[in-house]
Ligand binder design. Sequence first.
Ligand code: SF4
Ligand code: SF4
Length: 345
Amino acid sequence: MAVIKEESNLKSIIFNIQRYSIHDGPGIRTTIFIKGCPLHCGWCSNPESQSSKPEIIVRDIKCISCGKCAEICPQGAIKLVESEFTESRPVVKAPANIFQPFTNPVAALKSQTSNKPEKKRIIDWSKCDQCLKCAEVCPSKSIDISGRQVDVAECLEEVLKDKGFYDEDGGMTISGGEPLTQIDFIKELFMASKMEGLNTAIDTTGYSSWDNMEKIIPYVDLFLYDIKQMDPKIHEQETGVTNQLILSNLKKLAKTDTRIWIRCPLIPGFNDSKKNISQLAGFVKDLGGAVEKVSLLPYHSYGETKYDSTGRIYPYAGKQEQSRENLESLKDILEARDLKVSVGG
Ligand code: SF4
Ligand code: SF4
């Protein structure tokens, strides 16, 4: 049984608990994903992490066209429209582009076979106020809710289920979103985890008050600290905030004896230039050996489908991954400053 302060009733909204993770710190880990982030990075692979509130997430393939969601939606944001097939592609008769049509292979097959029009559920996201009512009535979970409230004990119980797999290196990581937005909750979860003998890590944007960051240092074994762009104006253009607080906190953190890994997600045209990585190398070097390693995280678009599923537009559509040569040249820049570098998680 987990050891928790008896009086604790702290809760937080999370959107996932990822078990057997090998990309969120050393060893095998269980990662808790907190919902809510002060940054709004256009490439975010978990766009549903940005809002601190629960929201709907749709999986079109599960829809059975029952119409319950359209009946209950108070905003009139959902409609079922007729669709028909031409050759192998469905054509949805939507009244305007603001409604997102979708392809349901099951319905498509039925339609092709029977030659009768199928009903398709479409959502006008501009009308949706995230009341969640449609998700509550959807019998097939085609509309589901991302984000649920949990308490510290519930989280810890989940983490402890995998304790046998953690070995010497693994343990619990709290990620997000930005975990430091829920400072009281994560502090208590870290404290309880240490009482259970777990290795602990946080994956942070660094965008928080220093007071908050300082509160968890005694209970965190490793900081996975994101540095995205060294130029404050470019940083602000793409994330919504400047990097000054992030870099200032990192300087302070480097003066403690906390383990730090820097993580830099490489985003095409935003920060994967030699100039930016050279500036990053210089900054990390000036921290005087406090950083154990720098991880360059090559660009991928795995999260793109989540933008459709949550009514967002993916601004990096069509961007290409960095070539091996490009990654090697960026790695060389950091290694030339005697920094330990890894490519990937
Ligand atoms: S969450 Fe949005 S789409 Fe669903 S019922 Fe509420 S307003 Fe309508
Ligand atoms: S999304 Fe759910 S409630 Fe709406 S039509 Fe499809 S199955 Fe029915």
